[in-house]
Design a binder for this molecule. Structure first.
Ligand code: ADP
Ligand code: MG
Length: 444
């Protein structure tokens, strides 16, 4: 089983307690960024995500060198752009950062070609070379045929691809995009989003996208969720290989984080409830699920005990209950009891792990606990060798150095081939159960 930690890189952008206060000291003073700590690595695709007004654009313009921060530290490629004089700043922006906006900001009186090649004038390039470079980008993004037209005669999607060409004409390392598809129809949106992905994957540029639309989250390596000027959480994309090295124990892709992508505006507690409900059943109607969620919330919050929980489950739907069969209700209550008990233990351990206070002995006790919970679910017998391998797998999973899929694969691989040697169905069930336990104990 391989972990995904690879090279330790220097971040290309890093902030420390970055704050932006608009109208400092005035009656309309407004703290738009609050103690923002982020690090962005070369070749990453990052999304700044959150509702309108949460400070996404403010943070993006800070990176660009266009909006001086009020407190804290910022480094872009190892330097603070606000230390530069205006000439140095222009030079820095040319070679390091390109940006595209929702409103394109192309110059209406210049042809598409001139719009794209204009920044090269400041780089002192000959007209012929400028046009060659501009044309190659226009071709690349499928708007070559529009080169001699005026921007306003193009569709929105075409204009945005022209803007992307212009942003890349100086070959900067970082591409910023502020709601670049906010005004586009579905087809143009897809074209522009694909162009940005290609800039990231093929050209190996760092891409930072600002959006309030959750459907774009799968494009990024990591998403920073923002609310009220703060970066509330950072979520890795489980579907693509991470670039940022995952710190041991700190960031682990749990089901909670996956659910956070489906329900971006739910709180962590709400997600925990969804995770459990999803475990207890998949066969109930939407109305029944809602009632079940309410019952799970009550039991998690300690407001009711198992007996009341069971009563709520079995009560007829017309009388305000969930309305499941006796056998289903009893089974769910048992599962609930077990997961409450076990996740409490996991929560205690994970707290220590995250706070880096866990000793080696505690770690192996934690692993043993989890292993016991998993094996209690298992009818068969295991050998000592299988037991050791299972423990190793659990340790790698909880420390974040193995993904869920790798864990499952390792459990299901035959013993001779180096795995634990469980039946694939056992491997799947144990993986699901472990994820459930970890999810209940994770703070994100
Ligand atoms: P987002 O891009 O997430 O929609 P912004 O970064 O544009 O949010 O703005 C964050 C907050 O700061 C908003 O409440 C906005 O009203 C406020 N704000 C933005 N620009 C200014 C400004 N120049 N002066 C005062 N307040 C501002
Ligand atoms: Mg904005």
């Amino acid at each position: 089983m391989c972990g995904f930690a690879k090279r330790e890189l220097e971040p290309v952008i890093k902030t420390e307690n970055l704050e932006v206060v608009y109208n400092l000291g005035k009656s309309n003073e407004f703290r738009a960024l609050r103690s923002v700590n982020v690090d962005i690595y070369p070749e990453e695709y990052i999304i700044l995500f959150g509702p309108s007004g949460c400070g996404k654009s403010t943070l993006l313009y800070c990176f660009l060198g266009a909006l001086p921060y009020t407190f804290g530290k910022l480094s872009v490629k190892g330097e603070d752009p606000y230390q530069y004089n205006s000439e140095e700043l222009v030079h820095f922006q040319q070679k390091t950062i390109g940006i595209v906006y929702q409103a394109f900001y192309l110059i209406p009186s210049l042809s598409v070609m001139d719009n794209v090649s204009l920044p090269l004038i400041f780089a002192g390039m000959s007209k012929q070379d400028r046009e060659k470079r501009a044309l190659s980008l226009l071709r690349r993004f499928g708007v070559e045929a529009q080169a001699n037209k005026l921007p306003n005669s193009l569709s929105g999607g075409q204009q945005q691809r022209v803007a992307v060409s212009r942003a890349l004409v100086n070959d900067p390392e970082i591409l910023l995009a502020d709601e670049p598809v906010g005004n586009l129809d579905a087809i143009s949106t897809e074209e522009v989003m694909n162009s940005l992905s290609e800039v990231n994957r093929r050209d190996k540029k760092t891409v930072i996208l600002v959006t309030h639309d959750a459907k774009f989250i799968p494009y990024a390596h990591r998403t920073f969720y923002m609310t009220y000027g703060k970066v509330e959480r950072e979520v890795f994309n489980p579907e693509i290989e991470a670039i940022k090295v995952v710190e041991k124990g700190k960031t682990i892709m749990t089901e909670i984080e996956k659910l956070a992508r489906i329900y971006p505006y739910s709180t962590v507690d709400e997600l925990r409830v969804k995770s459990i409900v999803n475990y207890l059943t998949q066969k109930l109607t939407f109305e029944q699920l809602e009632r079940l969620e309410k019952a799970v919330v009550k039991i998690i919050e300690g407001k009711i005990h198992e007996a009341d929980f069971k009563r709520m489950l079995l009560e007829k739907f017309e009388r305000g209950g969930v309305g499941v069969s006796t056998s289903a209700g009893e089974k769910m209550t048992k599962q609930m009891e077990k997961i409450m008990r076990e996740s409490l233990a996991v929560k205690r351990f994970r707290k220590r792990l995250v706070e880096e206070e866990m000793t080696g002995t505690e770690m192996s006790r934690y692993v043993k606990h989890l292993r016991t919970y998993l094996l209690d679910e298992y009818e068969g017998q295991v050998s000592l060798g299988q037991l050791r391998r299972l423990e190793r797998a659990v340790e790698e999973r909880i420390s974040g150095s193995a993904k869920k899929e790798e864990f499952e694969l390792f459990l299901g691989t035959s013993y001779d081939k180096g795995g634990v040697g469980f039946h694939w169905r056992t491997a799947r069930n144990m993986t699901l159960y472990l994820e459930k336990l970890i999810a209940q104990g994770t703070r994100i």
